[in-house]
Design a protein around this ligand. Structure first.
Ligand code: MTE
Ligand code: MO
Length: 416
């Protein structure tokens, strides 16, 4: 379906609100939502991120604390009747049952973080008002996903297995979800065929999360996990996969999740939809999770361990995290905890330190300050990835408030 056009953003908002009545929210899950840890940004659809100190307590985020990003109600799908339809344009259509997907292909395990492109939107909203859920720095979590490689299922569904085939260069793999979505007929998105069809990119049809059956909140019974790219592409409650010569026409691909130029605003943003790319790989990011400006001020004469997370896009390794106590004048080097992440390295952990290995998981870090944190310290962190990319010192505002990776700061004077 071609995207709808609207005379104004207000008209667009009215239309999409009319598509989302409240009754589908009567059957929301509760067991996978730890409301003591999650900061709820919206109830319908349910959008919540964990508090920062709790976020980095575990290398693998427990499902009850895992951030939840929804554009509609959580669908209730019956695994016995679940089907996934795979279509290849100018090729066959194959309908798979859940048990066929689970039994007919090799199982793989991948540790991968999911990060929303809107992570840290609050920082851009402080510069100038942005449109979207005002997220803090907690819309990232890390899990062990298991399932089958999307590549294997696509090849079994009629996609040529030969990587020299043109499908692998210019084509796209489009995902559509079961259930309602606020801004379009369903949630949808696409990734490059070159990514989805490359076995080393670890794109999974996931059935399990941290060894348990996928919770409904996170896509039960089947979601796609596209490691290394923004969370928006990891479509939950997967319904159809289409291998096609153009990208997804979904709102979430064509009109959202783009870094618009600073002159783009509520009235003119449509001008940029055709020329600005749909985001794929993440940028380099790091955040201080302990201390926060809401937690008690660290004693200035006691040793203190500053903690946080870091990640880059496309599986690029985090090489270093710098921490400053003086607002970026001088820097300390943090200790890194880099888990074994890609499917190849999880089979053979010795591969994990090779520069060619993909790092889909986050890197946790800690920086011990023996002399204590001075009363008026302004803490800063910045990560460097294996390509030598680092974070900008100042945020660059964009209307949709995406991809904020500016230096993360904690002003100790603001602590209670
Ligand atoms: N899939 C569906 N079907 N519906 C959605 O709203 N949200 C996307 C993606 N997949 C979404 C979806 C976005 S924007 C993100 S960041 C991730 O799911 C969040 O995954 P999580 O809720 O498991 O943390
Ligand atoms: Mo997202």
């Amino acid at each position: 379906m071609a995207p709808k056009t609207f005379k104004s953003v207000a008209e667009q908002d009215r239309y999409y609100k009319s598509l989302a009545p409240t009754f589908p929210y009567l059957n929301e899950p509760t067991a996978s939502r730890d409301r003591d840890v999650l900061l709820v940004r919206a109830e319908q659809p349910f959008n919540a991120e964990p508090r920062l100190p709790q976020l980095v307590e575990h290398m693998v985020t427990p499902v009850t604390r895992f951030f939840k990003r929804n554009h509609g109600p959580i669908p209730t799908l019956d695994p016995a009747n679940y089907t996934l339809t795979i279509q290849v344009v100018d090729g066959p259509t194959t309908v798979w049952r859940l048990d066929q997907l689970q039994m007919q292909f090799d199982t793989h395990e991948v540790m991968a973080a999911v990060q929303c492109a809107g992570n840290r939107r609050d920082g851009l909203n402080r510069v100038n008002k942005v449109k979207g859920v005002i997220w803090g720095p907690g819309t990232i979590s890390n899990a062990v996903w298991s399932g089958v490689k999307l590549r294997d299922v696509l090849v079994a569904s009629g996609v040529p297995a030969d990587p020299a085939h043109s499908t692998y260069q210019q084509w796209h793999v489009d995902f559509k979800a079961y259930g309602l979505s606020a801004e379009d007929e369903c949630y949808g998105s696409s990734v490059f065929a070159s990514k989805a069809l490359n076995p080393h990119e670890d794109v999974l049809l996931a059935f399990k999360m941290n060894g348990q059956v996928l919770p409904r909140d996170h896509g039960y019974p089947c979601r796609v996990i596209v490691p290394g790219v923004i969370g928006a592409r990891s479509v939950k409650w997967l319904r159809t996969v289409t291998v096609q010569p153009h990208e997804s026409l979904s709102f979430y691909q064509r009109r959202d999740y783009k870094v618009l130029p600073p002159q783009a605003n509520a009235t003119n943003l449509a001008l940029y939809w055709d020329t600005i790319s749909a985001l794929q790989a993440m940028n380099v990011q790091s955040v201080i999770c302990e201390p926060t400006e809401d937690s008690p001020r660290p004693l200035d004469n006691q040793p203190y361990t500053i903690k946080g997370y870091a990640i880059s896009g496309g599986g690029c390794r985090i090489d270093r995290v710098d921490v400053s106590l003086d607002n970026g004048k001088t820097w300390l080097v943090a200790r890194l905890f880099r888990p074994v992440s890609s499917s190849a390295a999880r089979r053979n952990p010795e591969l994990n330190d090779l520069p060619t290995t993909k790092h889909w998981a986050w890197t946790l870090w800690a920086c011990q300050v023996e002399s204590g944190i001075p009363k008026n310290a302004v803490l800063v962190c910045r990560a460097w990835d294996a390509n030598g990319n680092t974070q900008p010192s100042e945020p660059t505002w964009n209307y949709r408030g995406v991809m904020n990776n500016s230096w993360f700061k904690v002003d100790i004077a603001k602590c209670p």
